[in-house]
Design a protein around this ligand. Sequence first.
Ligand SMILES: *Cc1c(COP(=O)(O)O)cnc(C)c1O
Length: 391
Amino acid sequence: MDTTTMTDIKGFATRAIHVGQAPDPTTGATIVPIYATSTYTQEQLGQHKGFEYARGDNPTRMALERALASLEQGTACYTFASGMAASDVVLRLLAPDSHIIAGHDLYGGVYRLFEKVYHPEITAVTYVDLSDSDALISAIRPQTKLLWLETPTNPLLQVYDIRQLTEIAHQHGIWVAVDNTFASPYLQNPLVDGADLVVHSTTKYIGGHSDVLGGALVVRDPGLAERIKFLQNAAGAIIGPFEAWLTLRGLKTLALRMRQHTHNASVLAKYLTNHPRVAQVYYPGLFEGASMAIVKRQMREHGGMISFELKTSGRDALEEARDVLSRFEVFSLAESLGGVESLVGHPATMTHAAIPKEIRESRGVRDGLIRLSVGIEDEADLLEDLEKALE
Ligand SMILES: *Cc1c(COP(=O)(O)O)cnc(C)c1O
């Protein structure tokens, strides 16, 4: 069976395990080997098998890229040393003096990349509430080249209508990049809804075991693919073969893991909604009205991320949060998300500390906000841990 593309296979779990992962042509090894080589020997001058130097091409990396392209329903994927390295390549695609519109509820590292690395010499960025399409329309300028969005967002899990926002952007010749890290390709495929670029931190759900960093860009347009491929080689922020292999190993169980993440998170989210110490719960499975309609159409399931805000009852919110965070035992207090183990985080002082306090708070990321990356441990143990933390 030719498993390089397997375009006729529809099932997500099957594609995750097989696409791009045919047995090794030299030995028949069932699992794609780690091609730890920096260069490739040429039979004669100019005669090679399509591989010259490993920054340009590596078979382990290619296997991962083919699998991810298939899972995101794209035509090409390129992988990088981290999610930030992948994001950086998107910005390198823009001409100087381009204008970017981004959702205001944004991963802190991407905000820092916009503000401290590219702004203001290369780009200007306007942050808008993307639940309001009029806000997007009024932010558009003649130089606007890119709309950057996350859905569900970090850390408030807000969902935006990719199809509607893309239609507006495309009417103005604006590319749309969707950071799909929180959803993973299992929960949603932005390219199907019209987006031009999908960005992933494969460090999270795709790798899934908190043991490797990586990033990916997935596209449909061949012209865009060619430009990204050029930058991958020319700027050189590639993923290494061992990291590509670990990521591919994680990817094989993505469907199974996402189902369990969703199951466990749904149980915990429901518990939190009825808790007297909790003021608000953010979870896509609990949304109502317009957000619920978007979730239903756009997402296959609800995922493993939950955020909730503590009631402060007169106490300092940071102290209150510190107190709750100190009582978790199964959940580890750590940055990051998407691994098999449950993590708990405090966005205001951890992932979102790079955003100035007034801006952060105006966007709802307050000191009493706690974020859970619900893992795939036994549901009863996670529930008990949460109960104890909130006692
Ligand atoms: C982690 C993360 C990134 C950055 O990825 P790294 O692999 O840590 O460089 C970007 N976007 C989102 C939504 C993330 O969670």
